[in-house]
Design a protein around this ligand. Structure first.
Ligand code: FES
Length: 137
């Protein structure tokens, strides 16, 4: 098994920023949430990479966000950046998060479409949340 420092070096050489490489080796927000308010799974059309997003809310504010993934380091780092960005945001603010916000948070990515995957998973989760809240009124 590769050591953390070796993986980090490899990612830096592959074009990831120092921040993205750190997020990857530290697996920031990778995991699930017990009793989430909403989950969504999104598979990228280009490469088949998948993110499952878990959100916990309180009074329309996202208080916790985690994700599981299968795929590349870009998917993993985009999931970490996205979950960091949404935590503490209202649902309305979360809708406004874009691929560019994720890329900015990461200092860019070798394959920018990985950031789309994370944002699409978020939008799918927010859609589900809207449906859930509309049907429970
Ligand atoms: Fe397709 Fe990363 S290479 S999501």
């Amino acid at each position: 098994m590769l050591k953390k420092a070796t993986i980090e070096d490899f990612l830096l050489k592959a074009g990831y920023s120092a921040k993205a490489a750190k997020l990857y080796v530290n697996r920031v927000n990778v995991g699930s949430i017990e009793n989430p308010d909403v989950t969504s799974t999104y598979t990228g059309l280009l490469c088949g990479d998948t993110i499952t997003l878990y959100l916990k809310l309180e009074d329309q504010v996202i208080i916790d966000a985690k994700f599981e993934y299968s795929g590349c380091a870009g998917t993993a780092t985009s999931g970490s950046a996205l979950t960091m960005l949404v935590t503490g945001k209202t649902v309305g603010e979360a809708w406004k998060i874009t691929k560019d916000d994720v890329l900015r948070e990461l200092g860019g990515l070798p394959e920018s479409h990985c950031a789309d995957l994370a944002v699409n998973a978020l939008h799918k989760a927010l859609e589900k949340l809207k449906e859930k809240q509309t049907t429970s009124v």
